[in-house]
Design a protein around this ligand. Structure first.
Ligand code: CMC
Length: 428
């Protein structure tokens, strides 16, 4: 008997099936031959894709038990220390680290696309002053599809490359304009002399000075944060990107859908929840009392635990170091003491040890963003900007994968059987 198979005996019929196993997976469609009658066929039921691989991918590798995260094979720790966000984006998209001239050309192409059409600016003007910046970002990135009708040519590699430059380049501009709009400040236009994150800081914070000079520590810190958030394999927003793109829509519409998925508090909104929790606790002395409540089932320790990581989230370790660097420049965030005390107690507590609950990426990132002077509702926006390169890489991989098809899950129907329409006077 071949060893790379799974033998299934259907106790309903007594029939035996040998199903091939490849790369640790069976094809769900192979289950369909398992039938009781001609018009049925076994399906797998898996809400939330808890144990279903929706694709084969070569982009990001995670080992949640060991706390490992790699992009294209490179450990996140090495990229955070030695790479830049734009170089990492190139790696994620094209599979290899760029050579010197490739990197220069790549950065040049991203930089020259940073301006947005003036009509998009008018579109942003139309939002109410307190509109959530993530709502503005989702809406304006979708609107970009109407400015670039060539983006519909998704099977044209040249067109895909062009949209890739535009999306990675314009996301910071849209995000910064959304922020300035909320403050009633004039928009600060891109400065192409600056780095990707230096320019983003310029578009966020430039006031009356002729030339904005980003603080190099903050510029670098933001760059590392962008590296850490660039991709995370098949998470909720990436699944939205792939699912929506499988209809062959243009990438602006798909990125808008992915950003909308990221907007939710279970995904990109957790860092905001951490800050609210820390502010709610109020002081270091009240941490034990708070932990007691969490253990008693009253709420969760936000920024702790992860669906995949059952060990310290490798991104959280790196973020902790960046936090120290940012606080040196901007002053210590007073909420840090509460966070450190929470971490100290939680990591020694049986409740958290038994459940393998460790700090995740969101535990410290909000503290850094807050210290940089950004309001909480900008936090998911700061996640969406770097994740755009990951979304596009996953889109590109999906489009060029012959196994991929229109995303169309099955359901297990439990509703009413056929019945006849009742006239109004016959309904009870
Ligand atoms: N605080 C207290 N208890 C927790 C926590 C927490 N943060 N997370 C999980 N638990 C407990 C949970 O109550 C359950 O206990 P029991 O077995 O007694 O019922 C056990 O741990 C397993 O929890 P689960 O909900 O089945 O685990 P999950 O893998 O479905 O949840 C999670 C993952 C991230 C939703 C969860 O850990 C959580 O809600 N964390 C807080 C929110 C947060 O920080 N989210 C950011 C995730 S990282 C960002 C990203 O990559 O998108």
């Amino acid at each position: 008997m071949a060893s790379d198979t799974l033998t299934i005996i259907d106790n309903r019929t007594g029939k035996k099936y040998d199903i091939p196993v490849q790369n640790g997976a069976i094809k769900a469609t192979d289950l369909f031959q398992i039938k009781v009658s001609e018009d049925d066929g076994l399906v797998s039921y898996d809400p939330g894709f808890m144990n279903t691989a929706s694709c084969q991918s070569r982009i990001t590798y995670i080992d949640g038990d060991k706390g490992i995260l790699r992009y294209r094979g490179y450990p996140i720790e090495q990229l955070a220390e030695q790479s830049t966000y734009l170089e990492t984006a190139y790696l994620i998209l094209y599979g290899e680290l760029p050579g010197k001239s490739e990197l220069a050309e790549w950065i040049g192409n991203i930089t020259i696309h940073s301006i947005i059409h003036e009509n998009i600016k008018k579109h942003i003007d139309g939002f109410h002053h307190d509109a959530h910046p993530m709502g503005i970002l989702v809406s304006t990135v979708a609107a970009l599809s109407t400015f670039y009708p060539d983006a519909k040519k998704i099977f044209d590699a040249k067109s895909r490359r062009e949209q890739t430059y535009r999306l990675i380049s314009k996301m910071p501009t849209l995000a910064a304009f959304a922020y300035r709009h909320s403050l009633g400040l004039p928009y600060s236009y891109p400065d192409n002399d600056l780095s990707y994150t230096g320019n983003f800081l310029n578009m966020l914070f430039k006031m009356t000075e002729l030339k904005y000079k980003p603080n190099p520590v903050l510029e670098k810190a933001l760059d590392v944060l962008f590296i850490l958030h660039a991709d995370h394999e098949q998470n909720c927003s990436t699944n939205a990107m792939r699912g929506v793109s499988s209809s062959q829509v243009d990438p602006y519409s798909s990125v808008a859908a992915a950003a909308a998925a990221l907007y939710g508090p279970l995904h990109g909104g957790a860092n905001e929840a951490v800050l609210r929790m820390l502010m709610g606790i109020g002081s270091k002395e009240k941490v034990s009392e708070f932990i007691k409540k969490v253990k008693g089932g009253e709420g969760r320790l936000m920024g702790f635990g992860h669906r995949v990581y059952k060990n310290y989230d490798p991104r959280a370790k790196i973020i902790k170091d960046i936090a120290d660097q940012v606080f040196e420049v901007r002053g210590r965030n007073p909420l840090l003491d509460i966070a450190l005390e929470l971490e100290r107690i939680a990591l020694e507590d049986d409740y958290f040890i038994k459940r393998k609950l460790y700090p995740n990426v969101d535990f410290y990132s909000g503290l850094i963003y807050q210290s940089m002077g950004l309001p909480m509702d900008m936090f998911p926006v700061l996640f969406a900007i770097p994740r755009t390169s990951g979304w596009i890489a996953q889109w590109e991989e999906m489009l060029t994968d012959p196994d991929q098809k229109l995303a169309r899950p099955k359901q297990v129907y439990l509703g009413a059987d056929k019945r006849d329409y009742l006239a109004m006077d016959r309904r009870s």
